[in-house]
Structure formats: C-alpha cells, structure tokens
Write a protein that binds this ligand. Structure first.
Ligand code: FDA
Length: 307
C-alpha cells in the first residue's frame, strides 16, 4: 500500500503538459479547484475567513503564485500582499499570511526577493500581523532559511517559516531556528525529492514529524502542527494530555477544503486551529499537489467533473 500510494504521488507530481489530468483540470478548472481555493479575488477570501472565524478557526491567507518568470511579476505579488495585509486589518478578521519565496523572485534575483519579502513583513509588523514563509523544494531550502534569519536579525521577528519532516537536514535546521527564535510550521513535505535529500518511507517521515513536535512541546516553544493525518493529530493530542501541556502551547493547521468539519470539531474541543486559505488565479500547481497527496482528492474531482 505504501509503495502504491507513493507511486501515485510521484506520478501526479510529475504531471506534464500532455497529461489527461492536466488537460481536464485546466478545462474544468475553476469549478474543480473551487473545493480547495477560497476564490479568485481578495473579497471572496476575506468572506471565507470571516466564516471560518465564526467557527472559532483562525486563518492564514495565501495569494496563490509561484515559479514566476520576471521580477515585474514578483513586484505585482508584493503589492498584492501589502494590500491583503491591509485588508485583513481593515476587515478585522483573525488571519495571518503565507507567501512563497519564488513568488517574490527567489529563483530570479535573491536580493530583490529579500527586499520584496521585507516590505511585506514590515507592513505586517505595522498592522500587528505575522508572515509565514512557505517552504518550497530543496533548491530553495537554505535560501529561505537565510531570508528568515536575516529578517529576524533586522528586528523583524513577526516572520517564521516551515520545516519539512521528509528532509534529512531537518533535525539540524530545527535546532538552528529554535536557537534564532524563529517560529515554525511543521509539515511532512509536499514536493518530489530524491532519496539523497529526503526520506522516502512514509512511516519514517511520520516518526520524524513526531520528533519535531516533541522537540517543540518539551521546550515550551509555540509551534504549528500542519497535517490532516490522524496518526499525527491523535498522537499530538495524546502527547499534550499525557504531559500536562496546555492546548494554547501549539496550533493545528489544515488546508482549506480538507476535513473542514473536523477543523471545526477540533476548535470546539478547545484546540487552536488555523486554516490555510489560498485565493487567486494561479491555482494550478497548488491544486496538483493536493491531488497528488491523496487518491480520495482525485476521486472527488472526477466525481464532480461528471455531475
Ligand atoms: P497525508 O496526505 O499524508 O494523508 C495521511 C492520512 O491522513 C490519510 O491516509 C488519511 O488517513 C488522513 N487524511 C488526509 N487527508 C484527509 C482528508 N481530506 N480527509 C480525511 N482524512 C485525511 N508542504 C510543504 O512542503 N511546504 C509548505 O510550506 C507546506 N505548508 C502547508 C501548510 C498547511 C497548513 C498544511 C496542512 C500543509 C502544508 N504543506 C506544506 C503540505 C504538507 O507537506 C503535506 O504535503 C500535506 O499536508 C499532506 O500530508 P498530511 O500529513 O496532511 O496527510
């Protein structure tokens, strides 16, 4: 089963321009992607967050975009992020923001990317908000960590990043970032990575994930456990209960459109829950990763496609 599902994931993650799924997705896109995306425009996303807040769920807002082709595009995203930080403050909703470094130009011009992110983080600081820098694939791991460390060194501490349990380097990165006082979201890892850099066995990734959670909780460091997996969620609930750790010491995070009623249920149980809310026109790569993660997501799409 593990081998089969890993093959499925790899196959979808290597989808190319001529694949059937890509063609169908692009053709029927907006309707299908709507399950995972809060809308194409910012006001729709703010409405979605307001609804989540009504259920006791916090949000992190993501303007979709990655792998851009010019720094002009990066500038457009930077302006949009400044606008959405201001919109969150104006609407009075409970949400921080998540952005991708390649969206801000990391692959094209690292210094200009740093300046773009810095402007967003500064605006967020003025609005009392927090910025999460998503972690992309391994060509960008070190550069992303360096950006976050540099921002902290400049006194911009309202920024954190993400650590992926599947990477061999993760244990060392966690220690470094805890040392630097950087807040982390913990995830399994969503990209196709080779065995030289990433653990391939699912059960070993889960063991590493638990280890990362334990490292944070035992030291009283606030963290975000981002997973839909009951193995991880139930383990965390039991660990905090067994060790007398407060429910305020961490938060669960899940993606918009996945396990929505369970997100509300966790909030009712008194856990801090944050939903990752993406919006915007550049939904395709995000959407493909969601399909790759879980066969049921693809089945849901295929069912919707024909009714
Ligand atoms: P996974 O997909 O591995 O599923 C494991 C099990 O969980 C399933 O077998 C099932 O039992 C249960 N399950 C999963 N989905 C379910 C559903 N919809 N309904 C019922 N049961 C379900 N990655 C990255 O590389 N960089 C990043 O910055 C981020 N950021 C991020 C933010 C947030 C808020 C989340 C939730 C995730 C990310 N990720 C990420 C993605 C992450 O790395 C990972 O790819 C996905 O979360 C999928 O792994 P899971 O642990 O969620 O479950």
């Amino acid at each position: 089963m593990e081998i089969g599902s890993e093959l499925y994931r790899k196959t979808l993650l290597t989808i190319t321009g001529n694949s059937l799924v890509e063609k169908l997705t692009l053709k029927y896109g907006k309707k299908l992607a709507g399950k995972f995306i809060a809308g194409q425009e910012l006001p729709e996303a703010i409405d979605a967050i307001r609804e989540l807040n009504g259920k006791g769920i916090m949000a992190t807002l993501d303007h979709l975009g990655e792998g851009i082709k010019s720094m002009r595009e990066a500038e457009g995203y930077r302006k949009e992020y400044v606008r959405l930080v201001q919109a969150i403050a104006a609407a009075g909703v409970v949400s921080n923001i998540s952005l991708k470094p390649t969206q801000m130009g990391l692959a094209l011009d690292p210094q200009a990317c740093y300046e773009n992110i810095r402007l967003v983080v500064k605006e967020a600081q003025q609005c009392g908000n927090f910025v999460r820098i998503d972690m992309e694939d391994t060509p960008f791991t070190q550069a992303t960590i360096d950006i976050v460390k540099r921002l902290h060194a400049e006194g911009l501490t309202n920024v954190g990043t993400v650590i992926q349990a599947y990477l061999h380097r993760t244990r060392q990165d966690i220690e470094d970032m805890i040392e630097a006082g950087i807040r982390l979201r913990l995830v399994k890892g969503a990209y196709k990575e080779p065995a030289e850099v990433a653990i391939q066995k699912k059960s070993a990734v889960i063991d590493n994930f638990k280890d990362m959670i334990r490292t944070h909780l035992d030291r009283g460091i606030y963290t975000a456990v981002a997973s839909h997996d009951d193995t991880i969620i139930d383990w965390t609930k039991k660990y905090v209960e067994d060790n007398g750790i407060s429910k305020d010491a961490f938060e669960f995070q899940m993606l918009y459109g996945l396990r929505m009623s369970y997100q509300a249920e966790l909030a009712r149980q008194g856990y801090r829950v944050r939903c990752y809310v993406p919006y915007g026109a550049m939904w395709y790569p995000y959407y493909t990763r969601r399909l790759a993660e879980k066969p049921a997501n693809l089945m849901m799409v295929l069912k919707n496609m024909f009714n």
